[in-house]
Design a protein around this ligand. Structure first.
Ligand SMILES: [Zn+2]
Length: 259
């Protein structure tokens, strides 16, 4: 239902809404989140890779601007023809008409096609010859990563999560033993996979300015996970005392996940 509400408010197509959403101007939390998502090329690559438009009656899909055939957008594949089209934002169903016993594609051009453009139009007809439409079905957006075809945030998060190799082979089994409170276990896990909202992270996702990345304790170095947990000289004093209480000698590891 929300998809329909947003669509009616913004009068926009759903795939365009997902991938070409305008970046809001106001400095709100949502602006920061949307900015981050729109600027994140990996997110857009995943959305392009995993989304598939299944054509039904063609009413919800834009002929030139949506990626609905051969995993590409016809406006990008045929830029010359797109520039000459009178119907740049038309839906697929508006580009076809019933003639005799068959559907035919109907184009309206700013000026008659000549020379190379006629050859391009033949190529376009060849691509469109495989299209099968069903007037009783609506166009649907399929999420390939889910067997049901439905989009899920969980699936997107898994696809966006860091590669296992970035954890340097660290075994997470040792964390979840119940020796410390659950919230401490969760904090350790977040530190190892580097998702604590340190100042470095907040700068990286565009919430803080790059001039605000320094550690608020020592004011000297950037506040990364390794810095706040290991390397900040004020915190190292605490570590030294703990190690001394245990009667041990240690060499401070390079990163938290090396501990
Ligand atoms: Zn510090």
């Amino acid at each position: 239902m929300w998809k329909d509400v947003i669509k009616s408010i913004h009068n926009t197509n759903y795939s365009k809404l997902l991938l070409q959403a305008p970046i809001p101007g106001a400095a709100t939390t949502w602006t920061q989140i949307v900015n981050h998502c729109v600027k994140d090329n990996r997110l857009q690559d995943i959305m392009n890779e995993q989304s598939l438009v299944l054509i039904g009656n063609g009413k919800k899909t834009m002929f030139w601007l949506d990626c609905w055939i051969n995993n590409s957008c016809l406006a990008e594949h045929f830029p010359n023809l797109f520039q000459l089209s009178n119907e740049k934002e038309a839906s697929i169903d508006k580009m076809r008409m019933w003639e005799g016993y068959e559907w035919i594609w109907v184009f309206s051009w700013i000026r008659p096609l000549r020379g190379r453009n006629i050859g391009l139009l033949d190529q376009l007809y060849a691509i469109l010859s495989i299209v099968h439409m069903d007037k009783d079905e609506e166009d649907r957006l399929i999420w390939k990563d889910n067997k049901s075809g439905r989009f899920s945030v969980k699936s997107l998060c898994v696809l966006l999560s860091p590669e296992p190799s970035t954890n340097n082979g660290f075994s997470f089994v040792g964390i979840w033993k119940g020796i410390v409170p659950l919230k401490v276990e969760i904090f350790c896990w977040m530190a190892i996979i580097n998702i604590i909202n340190t100042r470095c992270m907040l700068v990286q996702i565009g919430i803080l300015d790059s001039s605000e990345s320094n550690c608020p304790i020592c004011l000297v170095e950037e506040e990364s996970v390794d810095h706040i947990l290991l390397h900040c000289h004020k915190h190292r004093l605490i570590w030294s005392k703990i190690i001394k209480w245990w009667g041990l000698v240690w060499c401070c590891p390079k990163s938290f996940s090396d501990m």
